[in-house]
Design a binder for this molecule. Structure first.
Ligand code: SAM
Length: 318
């Protein structure tokens, strides 16, 4: 599978503290100087693009905590050959930045929203910020992005009673609601080991309320999601089954964290780092050679590899 998708984490900091992510109180945040600067991120991104990457997704931590994020978006968008620049955010700070990000060239945005009820939202995220996240989602819909997706990690006993309510949003808004299977990452998420609900079960529950969903052929931005539509709906429904039906053979992505460490697979350790090369000022060709080596080792890893284990989700960004 050709590697044409880079997920780029901009920071390990977050304004939420989600149940399924790395606990914030335990995380010792990275030092400022460890993080790649905007120019370094843009140079690394350009090197990935020269090796075949066509799409970059900004993630974190919370990418909107990165200073002058619109400036970084502009720099990345100017990379020749990059076809699409997207972002995954919790949306809490999006209401004030959506227009500026769109104007800077951000093409698409995914908002993570795991409950539509304030108490459950607070239980999941540790913050009383549902209204801000909702306002962020609405601002994204108004800002003119080519697509807005809403990501819900479905957790049994936590938010699974809301799946039909989330599906309903695709009727009222031109949003792609995506139901993501929960997977274990850290010790904390191990406490949620009974929270797994398969995509098949989630879909069954939605269909028991709204009737059979129509499957639609996957579009170029659907990634590994199986996509459905309710008749007459403005938006779509996607199911991402990373656990019940995972998709290593079709994986087209690599990940770089905010310090320049590169992970060929979400479930692998970092195998390479670009920061030292970037800071040593090596020529573009040397950066590209290094990235080609990373691409070559990608097929050695999948989620069943003996190395698969703890994922530092807060710095790597899912
Ligand atoms: N702060 C941003 C946000 O909340 O969208 C970006 C980082 S967050 C780690 C990115 C995405 O990772 C979340 O939307 C969530 O879908 C996914 N994610 C994180 N931990 C997960 C888990 N244990 N199971 C399933 N998805 C997970």
């Amino acid at each position: 599978m050709a590697i044409d998708y880079l997920r780029l984490s901009l920071t390990d900091r977050c304004n939420l503290n989600c149940l399924y992510c790395t606990p914030r109180e335990k995380a010792s945040f990275l030092k400022h100087e460890d993080l790649l600067r905007h120019e370094e991120l843009a140079r690394a991104a350009a090197a990935f693009v020269s090796c075949g990457v066509k799409k970059i997704r900004l993630t974190g931590g919370e990418p909107l905590l990165r200073k002058n994020i619109a400036g970084l978006v502009k720099m990345l968008k100017a990379i020749p050959g990059l076809k699409e620049l997207a972002m995954t955010t919790n949306g809490v700070l999006l209401a004030q930045s959506a227009g500026e990000l769109r104007a800077a060239g951000l093409d698409r945005v995914n908002v993570s929203l795991n409950s539509l009820h304030p108490a459950t939202y607070q239980r999941i995220t540790g913050a009383n910020a549902l209204e801000d996240a909702w306002d962020g989602l609405m601002a994204a819909l108004r800002a003119g992005f080519s697509e807005v997706k809403l990501n819900m990690v479905v957790m049994k006993g936590v938010n699974d009673s809301e799946v039909a309510e989330f599906a309903r949003l695709s009727m009222d808004f031109p949003v792609s609601v995506r139901f993501i299977e929960f997977f274990q990452t850290s010790e904390r998420s191990a406490q949620l080991r009974d929270a797994f609900l398969s995509s098949a079960e989630t879909r069954k529950r939605i269909e028991s309320v709204y009737g059979l969903l129509q499957e639609v052929p996957p579009g170029p931005t659907d990634g590994p999601a199986h996509v459905y539509k309710r008749p007459g709906a403005k938006g779509k429904l996607g199911f991402i089954s990373g656990r019940s039906d995972y998709f290593c053979a079709a994986c087209n992505r690599v990940r770089m964290d905010c310090t320049g460490r590169v992970y060929p697979c979400l479930f692998s350790p970092a195998t390479h780092t670009l920061r030292d090369l970037l800071r040593a000022g090596v020529p573009d060709e040397a950066l590209a050679d290094h990235i080609k080596k990373i691409f070559l080792v990608k097929s050695d890893y999948n989620r069943d590899s003996s190395t698969a284990g703890h994922i530092e989700m807060s710095s790597l960004g899912g």
